[in-house]
Write a protein that binds this ligand. Structure first.
Ligand SMILES: *Cc1c(COP(=O)(O)O)cnc(C)c1O
Length: 501
C-alpha cells in the first residue's frame, strides 16, 4: 500500500493493483482510543484476583448507580469511556478464586487476545471471502479434533455452544432416520422418540421442543446411584416406546452431567445401538474435556470413537473465552451440508474446487457467524494438547483434594460421593431447619457478603452446593479459603436461625 498526500484529514491509499480507496478521518483518534481502552482493560485484568469477586448490588440499587437514562452529548469519547468504566467497576471478576459458580471462569490469555482481534476486525465466518484465515483455521482445528477423538471420515462445526450442538445432533439423527422430514415435516409419521439421562442438560428438552419431537417424547431414563443412565432401563424404555408405536431414533449419553458430573456408560449404549439402530450422541459439553488426557479418557470415555456425534465446549473446562464449542460427526463427512442447508443460498455462497467446502456457512444453521476459530486455534497452539491435558488432570486432583477436605470437616458433608469433577456438598444444616432453605440461604449469604459465588443444584431431590474447579487461579489454598468461608457463613447463619427460634 502506498499512501498519497492527504488533505482535509481524509486518508487515501493505492493498493498494489492500483485501485484507489478513501479511508476515514479517525486514524489518529482511533489509536488514542485503543491506548485509552487498553489501559482500562489491563487494569481490570490485573485486578482479577484482588479484592472481592464482585461489588454486589441488588438490581434496583445498581440501576440507580448506573444512571442508564443519562443523556450523552453526541459522539463524546469521554462519556463512552465513562460507561466502560462503570461496566467494569460492577462486573463480576470471573477469574477470581472466589468465583466457583459455573462451568467456566476467567479465560485463557491467548483466547482473550484472539477475541480482541476478532472484535476489532469484525467479520463473519460464513464465507471464505470475508474470513479467509479463520475458515482455514477452523478446518484445521476440526481435523485436529477428529483425529483426537478418533472419528474417521468425519466433519465438524463450531456452534454457539453445546445447547445448539445438542440440537443439531438431534436434528441430524432425525433427518437421517426420517429422510423426508427436511422437506415434508413430521406430519403423517409415527412419532419419533429420544432418550436421555434423567439428569441430562435442559438443552435436550429445548431441542425436542424446537425440532417437533415434543418434550413428552424425550424420555428421561432412570439413573443408578452414581447418576449414570442404566442401560437396562434404556432398553426397557425403548421397548415400551416401540410398543406404543414410537420410533426410537436418538440417544444422548451425557459425558459429565451438569450437576453431578456422572458419565453415562458409552460402551453399553453402543451395544444397544447395534440392536436398536438409534443415533448415539455424546454430550461432553463439560466432561468431554477428559478426552484430552489419555488416563482420564480411558476411565471416563471408553469407546467414544464409536459414537455418532460428540460435542465439547472449549469455553468450559478448557478455558477458551465464551463461546467456543465444537460439534463432531463420525463417518459422515457430507452430513452437515445435507442436514443444515436449505433455501436459495446463491447470493452468498461459492462452491469450492472439487467439491471441497469453501464457505463454512453452508454447513451451519446460522448466516452470520462470529469468528470463534482464532481464539480456539491460539489456545490450541499456545498450550498444545499436553498443556490442556495437564490442566484437566490438575483440576481432577484439586477435586480430589476438595473432597478430602470436605469429608474431614465436621461442619460439611458430601451429599453424594464425587463421580468426576463435580463436588455436591453442603454445610450440615441445623437440626429442625429446612435443609434446602438453609443451603439456599447460605449460598446467598456467601454471595452478598462477596465472599464467594458457588452454584447450587438438586441431587436426589435435595439442594446441594455444586463446587466446580475450572479456574486456573484456584489452587489448594483457594479451596481451603473457600471452604473456611462456607463454614464461617454457615456458623453465622446458624446463629441467625437460633435467634429466630
Ligand atoms: C453446559 C452444558 C450444556 C450447555 O452448553 P452451552 O455451551 O452453555 O450451551 C449442555 N450439556 C451439558 C452436559 C452441560 O454441562
Amino acid at each position: 500500500m502506498n499512501r498519497i498526500p492527504q488533505n482535509t484529514g481524509v486518508l487515501w491509499a493505492i493498493s498494489e493493483s492500483g485501485v484507489l480507496w478513501g479511508g476515514g478521518v479517525q486514524g489518529m483518534e482511533q489509536e488514542k482510543v485503543f491506548e485509552r481502552l487498553f489501559k482500562l482493560i489491563e487494569q481490570h485484568h490485573c485486578q482479577q484476583t484482588q479484592g472481592t469477586f464482585v461489588e454486589y448490588h441488588e438490581p434496583q440499587e445498581l440501576r440507580e448507580l448506573l444512571q442508564l437514562e443519562k443523556k450523552d452529548s453526541q459522539e463524546d469519547l469521554d462519556q463512552l469511556f465513562h460507561w466502560v468504566e462503570k461496566y467494569l467497576k460492577y462486573a463480576v471478576k470471573t477469574g477470581h478464586p472466589g468465583y466457583l459458580n459455573r462451568m467456566w471462569a476467567g479465560a485463557n490469555l491467548p483466547s482473550m487476545v484472539g477475541e480482541m482481534v476478532t472484535a476489532i476486525s469484525n467479520t463473519s465466518a460464513c464465507t471464505y471471502e470475508t474470513a479467509p484465515v479463520s475458515t482455514l483455521m477452523e478446518q484445521y482445528m476440526f481435523q485436529e479434533m477428529l483425529n483426537l477423538v478418533g472419528f474417521k471420515n468425519g466433519v465438524g462445526q463450531m456452534t454457539t455452544g453445546s445447547s445448539n450442538a445438542n440440537m443439531i445432533a438431534m436434528m441430524a439423527a432425525r433427518n437421517t432416520h426420517s429422510t423426508c422430514t427436511k422437506t415434508q415435516g413430521l406430519f403423517g409419521q409415527a412419532p419419533l422418540c429420544a432418550f436421555v439421562n434423567e439428569d441430562a442438560h435442559y438443552s435436550m428438552d429445548r431441542a425436542a421442543s424446537i425440532l417437533g419431537i415434543g418434550t413428552d417424547y424425550l424420555i428421561k431414563v432412570a439413573i443408578d446411584d452414581h447418576g449414570r443412565m442404566i442401560p437396562d432401563a434404556l432398553e426397557q424404555a425403548i421397548e415400551n416406546a416401540k410398543q406404543r408405536g414410537c420410533v426410537p431414533f436418538f440417544v444422548a449419553a451425557t459425558a459429565g452431567t451438569t450437576v453431578r458430573g456422572a458419565y453415562d456408560p458409552i460402551g453399553a449404549l453402543l451395544d444397544l445401538r447395534d440392536r436398536h439402530g438409534f443415533w448415539l450422541h455424546v454430550d461432553g459439553a463439560w466432561g468431554g474435556a477428559a478426552v484430552l488426557s489419555e488416563r482420564l479418557r480411558l476411565k471416563y470415555l471408553p469407546r467414544l470413537e464409536e459414537s455418532d456425534s460428540f460435542t465439547l465446549d472449549f469455553h468450559k473446562m478448557l478455558g477458551s473465552s465464551l463461546m467456543c464449542n465444537v460439534l463432531l460427526f463420525n463417518g459422515r463427512s457430507g452430513i452437515l451440508r445435507k442436514i443444515c442447508s436449505a433455501g436459495d443460498e446463491s447470493y452468498i455462497f461459492r462452491e469450492g474446487d472439487n467439491g471441497e467446502t469453501r464457505d463454512l456457512g453452508t454447513l451451519s444453521l446460522q448466516c452470520g457467524r462470529k469468528v470463534d476459530a482464532l481464539k480456539w486455534f491460539l489456545d490450541w497452539k499456545f498450550y498444545g494438547q499436553q498443556g490442556l491435558a495437564a490442566r484437566v488432570e490438575k483440576y481432577y486432583e484439586l477435586c480430589r483434594y476438595a473432597e478430602e477436605r470436605i469429608l474431614a470437616n465436621p461442619n460439611l458433608e458430601m451429599v453424594v460421593p464425587r463421580e468426576s469433577f463435580n463436588l455436591c456438598f453442603r454445610y450440615i444444616p441445623p437440626v429442625g431447619s429446612s435443609k434446602d432453605e438453609f443451603t439456599i440461604a447460605l449460598r446467598s449469604q456467601l454471595q452478598k457478603t462477596e465472599r464467594a459465588l458457588v452454584g447450587t443444584g438438586y441431587v436426589k431431590g435435595q439442594v446441594v452446593m455444586r463446587l466446580l474447579i475450572t479456574n486456573t487461579n484456584v489452587d489448594k489454598d483457594a479451596i481451603d479459603r473457600f471452604l473456611s468461608n462456607v463454614v464461617l457463613s454457615g456458623k453465622e447463619l446458624c446463629r441467625q436461625y437460633e435467634q429466630a427460634c
